[in-house]
Design a protein around this ligand. Structure first.
Ligand SMILES: *Cc1c(COP(=O)(O)O)cnc(C)c1O
Ligand SMILES: [Zn+2]
Length: 425
């Protein structure tokens, strides 16, 4: 791609994206709204021009905006600030979790990357910002998605912000907070009587119809662009640690894309010299109600067997995970591990994280915290190595998960005597 002229400020840097590359057979295709290989039907991802990536520097990033767009030189869209959808996504807090670390026996620092601080309170704002920016650059007029909940929130909100039409598809049994937090933005919201995997299949079919020709499904036809947004979770952690990689990271998995892209981000940063190479390990977390990737890991196979999801971690309930094999490869090749935890452990994980760090996570964060604990207890995760866990969503989105486990310490009349009667004085 050649440099484009920005009316306001002259030329802007060319995109570092060079091609769409099949992750299965390596075939190359021109950039555009395509997600599957014509040769082998494998998934496509963005391939970059190595020289353009190598021109990115720490100083250049640090001089950029306080959002994911500071990494635009490493992303496939948004080089021209006038096309960027910038909702302030990214640069979320990296919190020292000393009390949690102490409870779990850590001797090295433990951190929580808290993505509940994004505009719609989940990590999905990262992938949506990049996907919707790419969709505008590619000339689409409507934005759509198949969602397990958080993606619906984010797509509807970003579409409202830039005045684009949206059509969002969700399973009809989603948490009510996530339904309301999508519908409130005023786009079209379609509740489908089926699982996420049914919703996703429907969206794949719709994306082939004439009526949807000018509609970008963020996680279907522009998925290669969407997926790159997750790299910013890796970039930010390294920058926030003072330009070095953590020794271990624990990430939740639905399709497995987030985890795969954090690993891709670390590798890119090493290859262009932004951080030193290190022997970091990537760990993956799922719930027992939907653990196709972690089960393959535990069984020592490469075959991810689809499941019918159950359980409270609905944002992670993808029974047929598109990036499962790549997540397995990222974890195995770095010497990490995967595990899954049941609903009771997820609820306890939410409480443990809240009590020890002040971060109230949705069920996905409960999964990650409980899996951290499980991996420590089984000796698979090393407490003498600096570790980052990713909290990817806000507890207010899934409040039912813990609302019957916690309550006021006491209910009293508004008197000192009342305090005394309750044993609080
Ligand atoms: C979507 C989502 C993830 C991870 O999704 P991937 O499909 O694996 O990229 C993790 N946490 C939350 C809260 C999510 O909504
Ligand atoms: Zn292929």
């Amino acid at each position: 791609m050649t440099a484009v002229v920005n009316r306001a400020s002259g030329t802007v840097p060319a995109s570092p994206a060079a091609a769409l590359v099949c992750r299965n057979c390596g075939a190359n295709y021109p950039l555009g709204p395509q997600h599957a290989c014509f040769e082998c039907f494998g998934p496509l991802e963005i391939g970059y021009d190595a020289a353009r990536l190598a021109s990115v520097t720490r100083a250049g990033i640090e001089a950029g905006p306080n959002s994911i767009w500071r990494y635009s030189g490493l992303l496939p869209a948004g080089q021209d600030p006038s096309t960027r959808v910038d909702s302030g996504t990214g640069m979320t807090p990296l919190i020292r979790a000393d009390e949690l670390g102490a409870r779990l026996g850590f001797t090295a620092p433990l951190w929580v990357k808290d993505d509940s601080a994004n505009p719609t309170h989940s990590f999905k704002d990262r992938v949506v910002s990049v996907a919707i920016t790419a969709a505008r650059e590619l000339g689409f007029t409507r934005i759509a998605c198949a969602s397990t909940g958080n993606l619906a929130n984010s797509v509807a909100a970003h579409a409202a912000r830039i005045g684009m039409d949206s059509i969002v598809f969700i399973p009809s049994d989603l948490e009510s907070a996530k339904v309301t937090q999508t519908a409130v933005y005023g786009g079209t919201l379609v509740a489908v009587e089926g699982s996420y995997d049914d919703v996703n299949r429907l969206c794949s079919e719709l994306s082939e119809t004439d009526e949807f020709e000018r509609t970008a499904f963020v996680n279907v036809n522009v998925r290669p662009y969407y997926a790159e947004g997750s790299k910013t979770l890796g970039f930010e952690v390294a920058e926030q640690l003072g330009w070095r990689l953590p020794q271990q990271v624990v990430a939740p998995m639905a399709s497995g894309s987030l985890l795969t892209k954090v690993n891709k981000a670390f590798k890119e940063m090493v290859s262009i010299g932004l951080v030193e190479a290190s022997d970091y390990r990537v760990y993956g977390a799922q719930s027992a109600g939907c653990s196709p990737i972690a089960t393959a890991f535990v069984n020592g196979t490469d075959t991810v067997v689809p499941v019918k999801p159950t359980g409270i971690a609905k944002s992670l309930n993808i029974g047929n995970p598109a990036d499962g094999p790549y997540a397995l490869d990222a974890v195995r090749s770095t010497g990490g591990a995967m595990a899954f935890v049941d609903d009771e452990q997820i609820r306890a994980g939410i409480q443990l994280l809240a009590e020890t760090t002040g971060v109230f996570a949705e069920t996905a964060g409960g999964v990650t915290t409980a899996v951290l604990q499980k991996l420590v207890e089984s000796g698979q995760l090393d407490t003498s190595r600096e570790t980052v866990i990713y909290n990817t969503g806000d507890g207010l989105k899934t409040i039912d998960a813990v609302s019957d486990r916690v309550s006021p310490t006491a209910v009293i009349p508004p008197t000192v005597k009342g305090m005394r009667a309750a044993g609080l004085l």
